[in-house]
Design a protein around this ligand. Structure first.
Ligand SMILES: [Zn+2]
Length: 293
């Protein structure tokens, strides 16, 4: 039973907004900007086959955007989640769970065809924190541009599993409320054969963001982002977790190590791997609350 890396294409966001208070000169090398000061970002999703269920960790940015929206965010759909699923001979109606880390458009937009409001995974339960759902339904002006009615309105007719805090969704698949980026942001943990696969969402969007202090200007609780990243990184290094970074446009699968100056560094797995690892639900007893608290 495999954990596979899928892509929903790429898009771009303002480089400054992606790095918060970190000076441009420090991050430019790792995340170079285009003529409009935007940086390239991946939309990396995971397909987990448990043998009984097919689970998607994040559905990407979706389809059916207006031309204006696609051009502002430079959405490139040479690869799409749906075509990658089709290549694996997986039909969208076979997906029984979708777990977005939060409900910003680049993390939950892929649940819906924006042009007609159709749900793209019609039989899936959408697992999201109740806090996040409430924030999306009544967004604060700071986040209004990320929570858009084009995909959120249709989600009202989806099957939602609203949770509070940490929960094992299926044996070996666990979510943890992290807060930080949004109040209801959650990280996802999968029990692999050798180690845990961590999907920290927008807490660590690209390899450059493994520095705990490099948080996004979008974050609603930057201090919480820093604290939670420190907890995740410390344990991830200790237990040699495999990290999958949602927005890294190059090689998003790897490990985090401490360099000689005690700084965290993301070591990408060398090849463009579609197979992230093997899923092992029977080992999930090791996946306890201590993983993230
Ligand atoms: Zn994002």
């Amino acid at each position: 039973m495999k954990i596979q890396l899928l892509s929903d294409g790429t898009f771009k966001l303002d480089g400054g907004a992606m790095h918060g208070v970190v000076p441009h000169a420090l991050w430019e090398k790792q995340n170079p900007t285009d003529e409009k000061n935007r940086i390239l970002l991946g939309l990396n999703c995971l397909l987990v086959d448990t043998g009984r269920e097919k689970v998607l960790v994040e559905p990407g940015i979706g389809m059916g955007h207006s031309e204006k929206f696609s051009s502002i965010f430079c959405i490139d759909k040479k690869r799409t989640l749906l075509s990658e699923l089709a290549n694996l001979k997986v039909s969208p109606s076979e997906i029984s769970y979708v777990i977005p880390t939060h409900l910003h458009f680049d993390h939950a937009g892929g649940l819906v065809d924006w042009s007609n409001g159709k749900l793209l995974f019609p039989k899936a339960r959408i697992v999201v924190q109740e806090l996040e759902w409430k924030a999306a339904m009544n967004p604060h002006p700071k986040n209004q541009a990320s929570y858009l009615p084009e995909f959120l309105e249709p989600l009202k007719k989806a099957t939602l599993e609203l949770i509070n805090g940490d929960k094992e969704i299926l044996p070996g698949i666990r979510v943890s409320l992290t807060g930080g980026h949004t109040h209801g942001h959650q990280a996802v943990f999968l029990q692999g054969e050798k180690n845990l696969v961590a999907y920290p969402g927008d807490l660590i969007p690209t390899a450059a963001h493994v520095n705990p202090l490099w948080t996004m200007a979008y974050d609603v609780e930057p201090e919480q982002s820093i604290s939670m990243k420190k907890v995740l990184l410390k344990q991830g290094v200790l237990e040699k977790w495999t990290f999958v970074l949602v927005h890294d446009p190059r090689k998003p699968v790897g490990e985090v190590v401490l360099d000689e100056k005690e700084r965290y560094e993301f070591k990408a797995h060398p090849s463009e791997m579609s197979s992230v690892g093997t899923f092992h639900p029977e080992r999930s007893e090791g996946l306890s609350r201590k993983s993230t608290t």
